[in-house]
Design a protein around this ligand. Structure first.
Ligand code: ADP
Ligand code: MG
Length: 363
């Protein structure tokens, strides 16, 4: 059997965990990232330390691997298209193009996938912003169309806001205004789809944020109404199908007080809210992404344990001392050289017997 080589664009913790999973299947990883101390470089068989728009480097990289995945959405679309002209890119450049721009993504979700999203308005000018604010009764969130993550590039709007001031704060970016959604809680679902259209879908989980950064994922989502769970899975599958997805997809959703589900955003890659699958499921989200990319059958996404996943953000990395020797807690560190505020340094999975109705991270 010829050993496969997976190309990974982006060498952060997600790229690192994809590479680790690839290694369990005897698949080598070549990692492409412009930063010279990327966490995934420690794991890679070969590193490509070039800028994402270095066409010659991206061509060489694509020619040296069997297929390519990416760990984040902000890759130049031209780069993705070049990769795709040489080898399979999973998910496709088309999916990347949709998910890297909130306006295109929301239009796709509501018009093509036909799932519910927050009401939204494109705001190319301040006049558009002013009229959109009126439409939404000044209860809204202004977001940059591109490059936002962990709540960055977002301003929550309220009644006494001065449109000129918020416009100035985000000036120079293309903007979208979203109606504020008074949700009950945040849920997400991860699924994988293979070349032959087979899907594996993980259980719906609840996400809790701190300072706009994911703090905890509770898997499965506590006390989730069976009908709401079915609805959320149905929606995730519908989006994947509309995208003609091959690869991994995360769907962030809002659960409403009346049981309705509204899609917040999608990510065509492993997602922080899927780290629980590393200890909760037969096949982790990372392995699933490798399998889908390489063209192998997907693994089972069956849940064997309930998990509470706690992110170690910034100084929280020190928590690892308290848990490193605790039974039922699995500690992961990403090998980042410098601790910074708001930086994801690692995570811990609390492993809980299935269906024991335990939703806390602390025992
Ligand atoms: P990011 O790329 O930063 O994750 P999101 O669009 O997911 O961007 O927004 C970050 C968080 O802000 C969400 O997880 C949610 O808590 C809140 N949020 C985003 N959009 C809305 C909205 N329309 N209404 C209410 N809350 C929102
Ligand atoms: Mg989000």
């Amino acid at each position: 059997m010829k050993n496969k080589v997976l190309g990974i664009i982006g060498g952060g913790q997600l790229g690192r965990m994809i590479a680790l999973s690839a290694s369990h299947l005897g698949v080598k990883s070549y990692v492409f990232d412009p930063s010279n101390n990327s966490p995934a470089f420690d794991i890679a068989s070969k590193i490509f330390n070039y800028k994402y728009d270095d066409i010659e480097a991206i061509k060489k990289f694509s020619e040296s691997v069997d297929s390519v995945v990416y760990e984040f959405e902000n890759i130049p679309i031209n780069t993705a298209k070049i990769v795709e002209s040489i080898c399979p890119l999973r998910p496709s450049a088309k999916v990347l193009e949709i998910s890297q721009d909130r306006l295109i993504e929301k239009e796709f979700l509501s018009n093509i996938a036909k799932v519910k999203t927050a009401d939204f308005r494109n705001c190319p000018t301040i006049q558009d912003l002013e009229s959109a604010l009126k439409d939404f009764n000044y209860s809204a969130i202004l977001k940059t169309r591109r490059f936002g993550y962990d709540g960055k590039g977002q301003i929550k709007i309220n009644n006494n806001i001065n449109p000129e001031e918020v416009w100035k704060t985000l000036e120079g970016h293309e903007l979208i205004l979203e109606k504020f959604i008074p949700f009950k809680r945040e849920l997400s679902i991860i699924l994988a789809r293979s070349e032959d259209g087979k899907t594996e879908i993980y259980d719906c989980v609840q996400n809790k944020h701190k300072n706009h950064i994911l703090d905890e994922t509770i898997a499965p989502a506590p006390n989730l109404d069976i009908k709401v769970e079915e609805k959320s899975k149905h929606i995730a599958l519908r989006v994947a199908k509309a995208l003609k997805l091959i690869g991994l997809l995360a769907v962030e959703m809002f659960e409403m007080h009346d049981g309705n589900i509204i899609v917040n955003e999608i990510a065509p890659r492993p997602h922080n809210s899927g780290h629980w699958t590393m200890d909760g499921c037969v096949t982790s989200q990372f392995e699933q992404s490798v399998r889908a990319a390489i063209g192998w059958p997907l693994g089972s996404s069956k849940r064997n344990y309930d998990i509470v996943m706690k992110n170690l953000v910034g100084n929280e990395i020190e928590l690892f001392n308290s848990y490193i020797n605790e039974p039922n807690y699995k500690v992961y560190l990403y090998g980042k050289k410098e601790v910074r505020d708001g930086r994801k340094m690692g995570h811990i999975n609390r492993i809980i017997k299935k269906n024991s109705n335990t939703y806390e991270f602390k025992s």
